[in-house]
Design a protein around this ligand. Structure first.
Ligand SMILES: [Zn+2]
Length: 255
């Protein structure tokens, strides 16, 4: 996922700045054939630049989502976050505005499988990231929904997104939730691996700083080993690697 932040501080929704505790994620799509992110945000070199002033960073619009997923300047898929995640958006015309983080996937002509695959993947990863950040289960009832599902649940206005588009490419919202859950598992596994690695490194660094134990001091084992040429005497409490063991044994055998 490529996440770029460009808050739309001139949008009335941003200015209202109502705090929200996210309870879910609502997926929208724009309903207009323009896959470029710069259609909706002022942009920059990376995003692409909006030269028409018709982006959403201006007063007088009664809409704002939290992010757009679409094409950046180089044509690859990216996400532009335009509202803080913990601020209410004006995205679904119902009570879902008070509970759900929202993003719009920029539509193209709806038939390009490559574009769909790219933005679908981006949306899955964005949703997984948000679920992890806010401790949400993407498979739990009502957590990850699209606008049309929000209407069915009575928390959003009557729109069809994204069910007029996803099925054209063989995807349902159940697929989307399952893919987001799978991504959460991957990210969780990765986080655990990184945490274990960091912890091992921390323990290693701590042991490298520890002075010799009292028995080693009493028996003078370190200076004797240095004198015998089998150790340089440093890091007396560090773990011994196999290669260090080999070097020490060879040095001892040479004596
Ligand atoms: Zn919508």
């Amino acid at each position: 996922m490529t996440l770029i932040r460009q808050y739309l501080t001139e949008n009335d929704c941003y200015k209202a700045g109502t705090a929200m505790t996210p309870k879910g994620v609502m997926v929208h799509s724009t309903g207009a054939d323009n896959p470029r992110l710069a259609r909706y945000v002022p942009g920059n070199e990376t995003i692409g630049v909006n030269r028409y002033g018709n982006h959403w960073d201006r007063p007088g619009l009664d809409v704002c989502v939290h992010a757009f997923v679409g094409k950046k300047a180089d044509g690859t898929a990216a996400t532009v976050q335009i509202l803080p995640w913990e601020m209410e958006g004006w995205h679904c015309g119902g009570s879902g505005n008070h509970t759900h983080i929202s993003f719009e996937i920029c539509e193209d002509g709806l038939d390009d499988p490559d574009y769909f695959a790219a933005v679908y993947r981006e949306a899955v990863e964005l949703t997984a990231m948000l679920c992890m950040e806010y401790g949400l289960d993407p498979l739990a009832d009502g957590v990850v929904i699209c606008h049309a599902e929000g209407h069915d649940r009575g928390i959003a206005s009557n729109h069809s997104d994204v069910l007029h588009w996803f099925p054209r490419h063989g995807k349902t919202m159940d697929d989307f939730r399952a893919d987001a859950a799978k991504e959460v598992d991957h990210m969780t596994e990765y986080e655990i691996r990184m945490a274990v690695r960091d912890e091992l490194a921390r323990i290693e660094a701590e042991r490298a700083q520890q002075p010799a134990s009292s028995w080693a001091v009493e028996t003078r084992v370190i200076p004797r080993a240095v004198e015998a040429g089998i150790s340089d005497g440093s890091r007396p409490n560090s773990a011994l690697t196999r290669e260090e063991g080999m070097a020490m044994i060879l040095a001892a055998l040479k004596k």
